[in-house]
Design a protein around this ligand. Structure first.
Ligand code: ZN
Length: 243
């Protein structure tokens, strides 16, 4: 399949533009991966903070439990003091014994409360040590992540600049193309919005191939190409062929 523009466009110009477009696409592909990477790093930062805050929360819950237990102890002590005063004014031995038993029971109960308080205090002290250790590790990890985020932002900026520069370069080169070459380029680009629009002719054992799709190319096309009679395309993938 051949086309006959008025003048044969300089394929090296189109090739240079295609190289730029290809480069920009590669840069854009890398740029596309950045938001997901940033999201993963930010999620890791949030996870570290959440894990620490959960442990701190657990300490605060235990501290509240201690306050409640201490209050219960105090109430029990006040009641005991009242009962001890009452002991002096009871009239029968039976009343006396009953009151005495109540006081002993309350005492035993208070002992249990105090044990619980001590246990909670131990747990809190252990948790505080754990939080201290985790906090140090988390701070180090967060510092690493923030550095990684900074590097990612710098990479993103550099890639955006490169992409923009390649785009400007490509546009400038497109504007400098002869009209028919530009038309040809646009037509090809529309048919193949992604990927290459030019394909190098490759030869093996006197057979010629389109290097993009590996289809054989007829000798007539090769002759036309060598004589620069017309623009030649691959019959299969329709890319412009160049030598
Ligand atoms: Zn082809």
């Amino acid at each position: 399949m051949t086309t006959k523009p008025q003048t044969l466009p300089d394929l090296s110009l189109l090739l240079a533009i295609e190289e730029l477009d290809q480069k920009r696409r590669e840069i854009d592909e890398r740029l596309k991966e950045i938001p997901a990477r940033r999201e993963r790093l930010n999620a890791e930062l949030a996870r570290l903070d959440r894990s620490l805050s959960e442990k701190e929360q657990s300490i605060s819950v235990k501290e509240k439990s201690i306050s409640t237990l201490e209050l219960d102890c105090k109430t029990s002590q006040t009641q005991e003091a009242d009962k001890k005063v009452k002991l002096n004014s009871v009239k029968t031995q039976k009343e006396y014994d009953a009151l005495k038993e109540e006081i002993e029971l309350a005492n035993a109960e208070r002992g249990k409360l105090e044990e619980k308080i001590l246990l909670l205090m131990d747990e809190i002290s252990e948790l505080k040590n754990l939080v201290k250790r985790d906090k140090q590790a988390a701070e180090l990890k967060k510092k690493e992540i923030r550095l990684e985020l900074d590097a990612l932002a710098a990479t993103e900026k550099a890639l955006q600049d490169q992409s923009q520069a390649a785009n400007v370069d490509s546009q400038t080169r497109l504007q400098a193309l002869p009209e028919d070459a530009l038309r040809e380029y646009k037509k090809l680009r529309a048919a193949l919005p992604e990927g290459r629009i030019l394909s190098r002719l490759s030869a093996e054992d006197n057979t010629y191939y389109c290097s993009a799709c590996n289809s054989p190319v007829s000798h007539q096309i090769v002759i036309n190409m060598k004589k620069r009679l017309s623009l030649s395309r691959c019959d299969i993938c329709h890319r412009l062929l160049y030598l």
